[in-house]
Design a protein around this ligand. Sequence first.
Ligand code: PRT
Ligand code: ZN
Length: 292
Amino acid sequence: MNNRLRIALQKSGRLSDESFSLLRRCGITLRVGNGRLVCCSDNFPLEVLLVRDDDIPQLIAEGTADIGVVGNNVLAEYQLRQQITLSVVRDFKFGYCRLSLAVPNALDYQGLESLQGLKVATSYPQLLRNFAAENQVVIEVETLSGSVEIAPKLGLADAICDLVSTGATLEANELTEVATILQSRAQLIANNKILSPQKQCILQQLLQRIEGVEIANEAKYIMLHAPKARLEQVVRLLPGVETPSVMTLEGDVNRVGLHAVCRETIFWETLESLKAVGASSILVLPVEKMMV
Ligand code: PRT
Ligand code: ZN
């Protein structure tokens, strides 16, 4: 019996690098063979299935994989199509995009009613149909599996509903974004109903490591010297600090040393404000690992 937790990851695409890097930062090393679709970790009870992102929800629903990393866009479309719900175990800070409606620049768009009766091309037919129904617009949905952005130029559709990140693709195809249907990001999903207690345990361990990696990513360790009399002011300027360590400085009774973990981003402006209230010798260091 295989007691490894099986995770489905996108083999190659926009989510792959971040997914593999996350496992690496969790201290999980993988033996990835050339062209292999399954690989194992030799230091964590994890098995990785390398697949197309669109297949991930189905693999989890049928129990071939226990968990997976997929965009909310793919999950939401799958759940509407299959009328089932998978659990979202964690939202990630990558894979950000939005599913939007876009129309040719030349179209005189006055609001959603301008789409009435038009043909809209998309790879997300269920999400589009739902949005149209909620907004009482009747449209014809043309389902395409790719290259949706060129559909209007090819005469296949009047408008499109596609993923947008920077907007450069829409601009290059003379399209204007007019409404957002869904905000999306990568998520860790699971079929909680069929996970054995042993696999639940491995999942919890993985989640704890992911949490540690994400906190450490944002966190910075800050060290500085500050006038004793202005200590309170200095601490107030440090973002997300709970309990700083304060220590005496050899040969200086008026100043103290301060060490603290800042849970939020430290901007240059923060350092400038610290200097303005008398702090000096300010050092900001990355935090590699953290367990709270
Ligand atoms: O082969 P496989 O099926 O696994 O990959 P794929 O080609 O279907 O997916 P891939 O790798 O393109 O995207 C995987 C996931 O990344 C998506 O499901 C989203 O959750 C997420 N993601 C984030 C994006 C984008 N940003 C994105 N910009 N997916 C696609 N795009 C495309 C979009 O379709 C459009 O063609 O990028 C273009 C728009 O980008 P901008 O920057 O020009 O606006
Ligand atoms: Zn895909």
